[in-house]
Design a protein around this ligand. Sequence first.
Ligand code: 5RP
Length: 227
Amino acid sequence: MDQQALKEQVAEAALERVAARHNDRLLLGIGTGTTAECFIRTLPAIRSRIEATVASSERSAALLRELGLPVMDLNSVGPLDVYVDGADEANAQLALIKGGGAALTREKIVAAASEEFICIADASKRVGVLGVFPLPVEVIPMARSHVARALAQLGGQPVWREETITDNGNLILDVHGLHISDPVDTETRINQMAGVVCNGLFANRPADVLLLGTSAGVEVVSGSALS
Ligand code: 5RP
């Protein structure tokens, strides 16, 4: 099975999980990236049950609109029922690295506003220790060098993603070489650096369930099953 087929497989599994909820009028948080796009393309099948979607990027919002699905501002809806998004890395506790698509800040906001976070990924995203994928950090432009120095003190090698401006008008530093053995601590420390808007660790609010696409089928990893 190729990687695209694995992504489509987990997208279908996420749709089934969302459709099994009892709500007649679903409020859905929608992620960003190629796996999230596979999920978006499944949504027309439950169109009549979708009250609103809130997208974590302009790119996902555009695709949702193209498919005729209602896209709302988060300020215009209440708490969301469920958030579905991909990840760049996931560990056994369902802590994630996200932000490969530079949407980390809005992704973290929409995840925080959702009752359940379903993460969908192909099996290549599962790791023992987070940090092989460079950790994205969104920074206010004037703080780029200051934050880079602080990240270097933390033991990483920050690299400015020069071609990228986020949907919020900020910059991305990708931090290489971090061995993130305590993701909650690392997430909290980086958030405390002046000039950091957000970092791509989702550890204080990990996923609730991880649907992993493997050639043997979809593996369901549940956060509550681990505690
Ligand atoms: C975007 C993200 C994506 O979820 C992450 O990069 C995974 O993307 P893909 O599904 O394309 O592998 O965090 O900011």
